[in-house]
Design a protein around this ligand. Structure first.
Ligand code: ATP
Ligand code: MG
Length: 395
């Protein structure tokens, strides 16, 4: 059966009271974005707390797959619309629909709702009457109100009646753009793309920053990060990626600071630069892929030292995840294969043999004073010369 319309059900945004329209509008925008690259004609509109998508000339699998990446969608329901709500019309459409889509001889029940209170039948009456008609007209159907194979939903609303029997799960979460924007520190590793995905799932738009250290890190390593940003963009929408040239800063740290503190000081510089770029572009927070204890720079004292240099909140959605759990998500969202490509990372090139795992804040601050003469200028330059690459959703 070729569906001409889909009912889009949303979950959490339904509970947002007076701000509800902000969430609904963000969801409508995200759905429009998601279907734009697909062949076919689409219109998305909302009426009375419901979002509908009209579609023609499209590929069903591709459309569902695209919608399953739109955060905020709880269920995608392919539906049949009956314009004139007279009972006979609903009965005809419902029996024709079930004949076509459900296996013969299966159990069913009808669930009816009406938001048009002037409709001549109550919900219960409508459901019972439709059940009768279906029993007569659709061969082999049996009623089972407790565990039916098929539940036919009937919604009588202003503008017509919706009939649907399938509820395809969406990704949940909240529509991107409904909770502001944050800056993702995106490396070429496994963790940070997953972190970006998780925060986008909560409705946060994503900008990203990558620290590049040419000639120690290659163009290929940079391309890998662009590829990852494009993959995260399939969920988060287009991502502006700032590529920061970090070489001079890394060399200066290497030259002037104790080597066992290199990683921590480098991480602090990254946070400072990321925060400045974030402020300039209206971001409300920073996002990293850190997880407690994963490496020396992610012990709690190390995280404390990294955290100290910025005033913006730092979101670390993977903080309590094991590596295996992170890998599961990376595989699910399609970033894993790219992440494991073996290209050098700027952090691994200047890393000490025995980095501190319990950095002493006073000592770190003191080491950083060795950079006092040059660092402000270097940070400014890093921000000013960052190259912005727009990363569109990967096909
Ligand atoms: P990932 O898998 O995300 O690279 P990781 O396990 O390699 O993480 P670290 O290298 O300690 O961990 O980095 C911790 C976090 O710092 C990363 O998740 C990322 O958010 C950020 N980060 C590290 N290196 C870079 C970089 N070159 N550019 C941008 N962000 C970075
Ligand atoms: Mg890394």
């Amino acid at each position: 059966m070729v569906y001409e319309e889909f009912l889009i059900k949303y979950a959490e945004i339904g509970i947002k009271g007076k701000n509800r329209y902000v969430f609904e509008d963000a969801l409508v925008r995200q759905i429009r974005q998601a279907v734009k690259p697909l062949p076919g004609e689409f219109t998305v509109f909302k009426t009375n707390g419901r979002i509908y998508l009209k579609a023609s000339g499209y590929d069903y699998e591709d459309l569902i797959e695209a919608l399953q990446r739109v955060f905020g969608i709880a269920y995608i329901c392919p539906m049949v619309r009956v314009d004139d709500p007279a009972f006979e019309n609903i009965a005809d459409a419902a029996s024709a629909y079930l004949k076509e889509v459900v296996p013969e001889g299966c159990t069913f029940k009808v669930e009816a709702r009406r938001s048009v209170k002037s409709y001549p039948m109550h919900s219960m009456e409508l459901a019972a009457a439709l059940g009768e008609v279906i029993l007569q007209r659709v061969p082999g159907m049996r009623v089972d109100v407790h565990h039916p194979v098929v539940t036919l939903h009937v919604e009588v609303r202003e503008g017509g009646v919706s009939l649907y029997a399938k509820e395809i799960p969406g990704p949940g979460g909240m529509p991107v753009g409904s909770n502001g924007k944050s800056m993702l520190l995106l490396s070429g590793g496994i963790d940070s793309p997953v972190a970006g995905y998780m925060i986008a799932k909560r409705g946060v738009k994503i900008d990203a920053v990558y620290f590049h250290a040419p000639p120690y890190t290659s163009e290929r390593a940079k391309q890998k990060v662009v590829d990852l940003a494009c993959q995260v963009a399939r969920y988060a929408g287009p991502i502006p990626l700032s590529v920061v040239n970090f070489t001079d800063i890394q060399l200066a740290i290497y030259e002037k600071c104790p080597h066992d503190q290199l990683t921590i000081i480098m991480r602090r510089m990254m946070m400072r630069i990321a925060e400045r770029i974030a402020e300039n572009s209206g971001c409300l927070g920073l996002i990293t892929g850190e997880s407690i204890g994963q490496v020396a720079s992610q012990t709690i004292p190390s995280l404390t030292a990294t955290n100290e240099v910025c005033a913006m909140p730092v979101f670390r959605p993977l903080i309590g995840f094991d590596k295996n759990e992170i890998i599961d998500v990376a595989q699910k969202i399609g970033t894993f294969e790219t992440s494991i490509q073996p290209y050098e990372d700027c952090c691994t090139i200047f890393v000490a043999k025995h980095p501190v795992t319990k950095p002493n804040l006073k000592s770190i601050r003191k080491s950083e004073t060795h950079l006092d003469d040059v660092i402000e200028e270097m940070l400014d330059k890093a921000v000013e010369t960052a190259e912005v690459i727009w990363c569109e959703p990967a096909p």
